[in-house]
Design a protein around this ligand. Structure first.
Ligand code: ADP
Ligand code: ZN
Ligand code: ZN
Length: 719
């Protein structure tokens, strides 16, 4: 007797056993089935077949119907999903749900292969009056044929096209067989370092191998990706590219599709359900040569995988923090390993984990230490804020340097990782501070909007006219991008200034507009947060100013230094990409700090060497493995108490150090009180055994119903 082991979207750490449906063929692993589940009839995914079940025969129920004849997902991907569930201690059904586009999750059929809709010339004049909708469709198709799943086609186009087809004005036919993907355009002549990296990857094709491409910003990493991808495509194999941010995809997509002259599918959360499904289906059917996406694209099905690329592998955005919690980067490496294809991790500032793998020989390492052509490294200088105090974020040396660069027609980028006008509003007389009602955090004053906003829970409130305690005047403390922008407008009247942060880019298309204005030289000074530090190319920028490096110098998290070093190097990398030398000024009150000194003297690699030694001494990752148990509750104390009971019940797990519980560094957030328990182990199996034990114990605790709790394996930060 065959038993179907099915993943059902429920927060339960198990697969569910069913008999095959009463009629029809046996659903293979990877096919969806509708199953009876309590009072629901959800869609589940068959993960495997089994010969026997632990359930008594009379309790086994048949699946109601099979939704797919063919597996939706292949064996490699099923193994990846199972691995994800085990490793991250997530429910298998929820992992599957995270991997499937919404319509498939809901049981809709896999879309039919798209048709090709083409027009036979512009609309005849008479048509415009008589049948405006037919004319409009012909007008659209005059720009070129469309695919039948193109969301740009008007509603009801099928009926309109049928009428036009009847008159021979439109043709609807199956997509012609995909042409071979061997039409890539030649790129620039690769440097010898680039050639060596490409040769390494090409040598890896056909089996699993991991490789780190450690290349400074602008050193030509993307050219290496393109060359490797071109060869992969020439062999008829697909390339999966993971990027950290949606914002970065348009530039990269453009570069890949132009150079490779092959279809590129894009997968990210910003797409509508239909667009996602179409891209996913193209990837699965092998119609897409390249799939570019953010972290969840790691689960994209591929008919003929050939190579996995992870761009900006160090970037924390590759981590998923909601729902199923996983590292997109680590899963991509596992994906490549299960698919038997090489993986390439690229960064100017690799994570210490990845560097440690390279040192231990698990990953091969290729370096691109120079920018091609005449581009030169920027010079970096620290500005000591104790000797040159800043007002509204701007010191004398920075202002003078800006003046000089603007005069010589250069562009200036100023980095400040804080949006809003001021991060705090306080009373000049009694010291009262505007504090979020729901969090242990201060409100940020957004002056232009006239609001106080909490950057942790999103709460938003009006501005008191005076101190609610004593009636004295309120004053802003510190500065955000909005204040910096205003100060700059006073210092540099008549100079075009733009700001890029989450507030200035809410409108659709705003980011592209701001970036275009910088690239075209219309904007002379750009102020921005983290958003601008990532990947964007600004050839005209000659000066980069970091308004304050000190936020990261004394962070409580063991990763704070790594993050700061990465940000500084990434921001600095925006300067002097063309033939003009770049200059970087970093304002700090601690110019003698070893992190800054190491970065300045030896670059990121020198920093990383020292940081890895510190981690080894302290026993932090990558020299140990961590998991966090986080709990939160609507009343103070409960989450902490729950974890205390859990710790007690756990006893002393073998080879695992249990630290805590402790209140979360920001204990109250979004109206909930939070606490955490840290598990640390030298070896992963011990850690995972302890986590399995935790899950069993925790659900038995009486408080389990009053707190929300979850596990985070390899947590990115301990907040
Ligand atoms: P990265 O991805 O490392 O930031 P890119 O691949 O985007 O670097 O390259 C930066 C710039 O240098 C791009 O404009 C690219 O076209 C150019 N470039 C890269 N490699 C070469 C090369 N071998 N010869 C000439 N130009 C190159
Ligand atoms: Zn007061
Ligand atoms: Zn808040």
């Amino acid at each position: 007797m065959t038993i179907l082991r099915v993943a059902v979207d429920a927060p339960l750490d198990t697969l569910f056993d069913y008999l095959p449906p009463a009629t029809g063929p046996l659903p293979p692993p990877g096919a969806r089935v509708r199953v009876p589940f309590g009072r629901r009839r959800p869609v589940g995914l068959v993960i495997e077949h089994a010969d026997a079940s632990e359930l008594a025969a009379e309790r086994l129920r048949p699946a109601l119907e099979s939704l797919d004849e063919e597996p939706l997902l292949d064996g490699g991907l099923l193994r990846l999903l199972a691995w994800t569930a085990r490793y991250y201690h997530e429910a298998p059904g929820q992992v599957v749900a995270a991997a499937l586009p919404a319509p498939l999750r809901q049981g809709k059929p896999l879309p039919e292969p798209p048709l090709r809709v083409s027009g036979k010339g512009p609309p005849p004049e008479s048509l415009a009056r008589r049948a405006p909708r037919q004319a409009a469709l012909l007008e659209l198709l005059a720009q070129g044929p469309r695919r039948s799943d193109d969301p740009g086609l008007p509603a009801g186009w099928r009926a309109i096209a049928a009428r036009l087809a009847g008159r021979g004005l439109v043709e609807v036919e199956p997509e012609p067989a995909a042409p071979a993907w061997d039409a890539a355009l030649p790129g620039p002549r690769l440097t010898s370092a680039q050639q060596a990296a490409v040769a390494g990857i090409l040598g890896d094709l056909g089996g699993f191998a991991a490789r780190l491409l450690f290349g400074i910003t602008g050193s030509g990493k993307t050219e290496v990706y393109l060359a490797a991808a071109a060869e992969c495509l020439r062999r008829g194999q697909q390339v999966l590219v993971l990027v950290p941010e949606i914002g970065l995809t348009p530039q990269l997509v453009e570069r890949f599709s132009t150079r490779l002259a092959a279809p590129v599918a894009v997968l990210h959360s910003g797409l509508g359900a239909a667009g996602r499904l179409a891209a996913w289906t193209d990837a699965r059917a092998g119609r897409a040569a390249v799939v570019i996406g953010t972290r969840s694209a790691v689960f994209a099905p591929l008919a003929r995988p050939g190579l996995v690329i992870i761009d900006e592998e160090h970037d924390p955005s590759l981590r998923q923090h909601e729902g199923v919690r996983y590292s997109g980067r680590d899963l991509a490496v596992m994906r490549a390993s299960l698919a038997g294809v090489p993986v390439l991790l690229g960064s100017a500032t690799p994570s210490l984990e990845t560097l440690a793998h390279a040192r231990q020989g698990r990953y091969r390492l290729d370096r691109l230490p120079e920018r091609p052509g005449t581009a030169r490294h920027p010079t970096v200088t620290l500005v000591d804020l104790r000797r040159h105090p800043a007002t509204e974020g701007l010191s004398g040396p920075l202002l003078r340097a800006m003046g000089g660069h603007l005069e010589r027609d250069g562009q200036v980028l100023l980095f400040l990782n804080r949006r809003g006008f001021a991060p705090a509003l306080f009373c000049s007389s009694c010291g009262w501070v505007a504090q979020c009602r729901h969090c242990d955090a201060r409100y940020t004053w957004h002056r232009r909007a006239g609001r106080l906003r909490c950057h942790h829970c999103g709460h938003d409130t009006g501005l008191p006219a005076a101190c609610p305690e004593c009636g004295a005047d309120l004053r802003p403390a510190g500065e955000g991008t909005e204040r910096l922008e205003e100060a700059l407008a006073r210092h540099f009247p008549g100079v075009a200034i733009a700001r890029i942060d989450r507030d200035s880019t809410r409108r659709r298309g705003a980011v592209d507009q701001i970036l275009d204005d910088v690239r075209d030289g219309r904007t002379r000074i750009l102020v921005g947060t983290q958003m601008m530090a990532k990947g964007h190319d600004f050839p005209g920028v000659t000066l980069v100013g970091v308004i304050n490096a000190d936020q990261g110098l004394f962070g409580t998290d063991f990763r704070a230094g790594e993050r700061l070093a990465q940000t500084l190097v990434q921001v600095a990398g925006r300067a002097g990409r063309a033939d003009r030398p770049g200059e970087v000024l970093v304002q700090t009150s601690y110019p003698e700090h070893p992190l800054l000194q190491r970065l300045l003297a030896g670059g990121y690699e020198a920093f990383a060497e020292a940081a890895l030694e510190e981690r080894e001494t302290a026993g932090w990752p990558p020299y140990s493995h961590l998991a966090l148990l986080r709990a939160e509750a609507a009343r103070p104390g409960l989450a902490f108490e729950f974890l205390q009971q859990l710790r007690q019940a756990l006893g002393r797990p073998a080879d695992v150090t249990v630290l805590g519980p402790a209140p979360a560094p920001m204990e109250k957030r979004g109206g909930r009180w939070r606490a955490q328990l840290l598990l640390q182990a030298a070896r992963r199996p011990a850690l995972h055994a302890a986590l399995d034990h935790c899950a069993g114990v925790a659900s038995e605790l009486p408080l389990a119903r009053k707190v929300r709790w979850f596990t985070e394996v390899d947590p990115q930060d301990l907040f």
